[in-house]
Design a protein around this ligand. Structure first.
Ligand SMILES: CC(C)(COP(=O)(O)OP(=O)(O)OC[C@H]1O[C@@H](n2cnc3c(N)ncnc32)[C@H](O)[C@@H]1OP(=O)(O)O)[C@@H](O)C(=O)NCCC(=O)NCCS
Length: 140
């Protein structure tokens, strides 16, 4: 992902997430040197993701597949790429947080080898009140 991708990313982000990242959030990640990826098919973006890594600990911050391309294995394939990229950077373990209501993401993570290691109560803002985060991790 580069700044040239951000217009496409922001359109998808607004559609896919109840509390979308802002342009500034993505720009900060790019400036910080986070892992930032887009997947393209026929020159069109179909998925994007952001990871961060400190020493051997990687974090998945965002993974999204555009709505009309979901449920066809792209999320799983993209995840394999992110896991391999983190490992190639010296990562030994990847962590993530997921909204407790986000069943598609939870399933993707389970199918990709992540296991639940904890919960953060009322971690996310929700449209009514707040929502728990499920913390998951897997070895690389
Ligand atoms: C989560 C997301 C990335 C999955 O992408 P995808 O390309 O649809 O995922 P895949 O087709 O590779 O499916 C991966 C697994 O998740 C399951 N899954 C995907 N969508 C699902 C849904 N709507 N309901 C239940 N399970 C679902 C699939 O069944 C699959 O497991 P299986 O093939 O073993 O049955 C996609 O739904 C998305 O972008 N959601 C909006 C953004 C988001 O919430 N991102 C995560 C938090 S940052």
């Amino acid at each position: 992902m580069t700044t040239a991708d951000l217009d496409d990313v922001l359109i998808a982000e607004a559609e896919l997430h109840p509390f979308p990242w802002t342009r500034g959030n993505f720009a900060d990640s790019l400036a910080a040197g986070h892992g930032a990826f887009v997947a393209q098919e026929d020159d069109a973006m179909v998925a994007y993701a952001v990871t961060s890594q400190v020493m051997d600990e990687a974090h998945l911050l965002n993974i999204s597949v555009i709505a009309d391309r979901q449920r066809a294995g792209r999320g799983r394939r993209f995840m394999q790429h992110l896991l391999a990229a983190a490992k190639a950077q010296g990562g030994r373990r990847m962590f993530l947080e997921v909204r407790s209501s986000n069943q598609p993401a939870y399933r993707l993570y389970q199918r990709s080898g992540f296991i639940e290691i904890g919960r953060r109560k009322a971690y996310y803002p929700a449209h009514q009140g707040r929502e728990d985060a499920i913390v998951m991790a897997r070895d690389l």
